[in-house]
Write a protein that binds this ligand. Structure first.
Ligand code: G
Ligand code: MN
Length: 297
């Protein structure tokens, strides 16, 4: 099928290119089934250095201190400007694109972590998004370890985030598949938990270290009491299961304040930090506002 990606980031200007990525936009027009042409173009772009990583901090809900970050891929398209993944992520259905794009992300993350370390900064782990089919490959852990070490970085500084899709839940439920990654210190997260294929029933079988709650769960919080009950129940449950939880899509001070009732929970979202180019641009701390004390008498 013929296709075209028509997306222009209207508020992206070269002047702020190195400081931050633009606000999320929804004016994306694309075919859901990318054809060979787009796959070829993505591969060509990867080799030509048109792709870059933005990093978004993940923070302790209780203290606001930086805990880790997530690497998010962006395409600096020579004609269309900066493209968000929604414009091209469909191409990872092609295994060759999935592999090239993922290894680009891992390599670039390790390279930036290596420089960061040589500059003497304090280190924090960075999560990379990996298609479940790639993680299931026998050579994946070995290749990741080799890449990290070649940049002088311990592999444990990488986390692997698997998107919540049918095959992710199947892979994660099969014990042992992740052993090799764990042996080299890599923690495994399931992304977008709570939507799509993932269900509460499979939580007991999930072989993961980190659960990232889908942003949809937080959108109506704290205004909608029913949504607050659902989110509270999930957070309490995950706390009992001793899983590390990252709540995604924290956009407002009110949401951050509500979340601070679970001080061990981690939080990610525009309230804390937007995706930024360059590790030095990730804010180190972002506190939720302190609730005003109600003075009685
Ligand atoms: O599913 P995953 O966690 O990989 O999605 C990350 C995407 O979510 C990125 O494209 C990032 O820009 C976007 N994102 C990050 N924080 C927020 C937020 O607070 N609100 C919304 N709507 N999107 C966010
Ligand atoms: Mn992710």
């Amino acid at each position: 099928m013929k296709h075209d990606v028509i997306m222009r980031s209207m508020n992206w200007a070269p002047a702020n290119r190195w400081r931050r990525t633009p606000r999320e936009r929804t004016d994306v027009t694309m075919m859901t089934q990318p054809g060979d042409h787009l796959c070829q173009r993505v591969r060509k772009g990867l080799r030509a250095g048109e792709f870059q990583l933005a990093f978004q901090g993940v923070y302790h809900a209780g203290t606001g201190a930086l805990s880790s970050a997530e690497a998010l891929i962006r395409w600096m398209h020579p004609k269309n400007g900066m493209l968000l993944p929604s414009a091209f992520i469909g191409t990872i259905a092609d295994p060759a694109v999935a592999s090239e794009m993922t290894h680009f992300v891992i390599d670039s993350t390790c390279s930036q972590l290596g420089s960061w370390q040589r500059e003497g900064h304090s280190m924090f782990p960075i999560a990379v998004n990996v298609p479940p089919s790639l993680v299931a490959k026998a050579s994946f852990a070995q290749r990741l370890e080799h890449c990290a070490r070649s940049h002088g970085v311990v592999p444990g500084l990488l986390q692997v985030e698997l998107s919540e899709a049918e095959d992710a839940t199947k892979i994660l439920a099969s014990k042992g598949l992740m052993d090799e990654l764990r042996e080299i210190g890599v923690r495994i997260a399931i992304d977008d938990f709570g939507t799509g294929y993932s269900s509460l029933a499979m939580l007991s079988a999930l072989d993961v270290d980190v659960v990232k709650l889908a942003k949809e769960l937080l959108v109506p919080v704290p205004d909608n009491p029913r949504a607050c009950e659902v989110a509270s129940a999930i957070l309490n449950l995950l706390e009992k299961l001793a899983m590390t939880v990252v709540v995604e899509g924290v956009e407002t001070a009110a949401q951050a304040q509500w979340l601070a009732r679970w001080p061990n929970v981690l939080a990610q979202g525009f309230y804390y930090a937007r995706p930024m180019f360059g590790l030095s641009n990730i804010p180190e701390c972002k506190r939720a506002p302190v609730k005003h004390l109600q003075l009685v008498g």
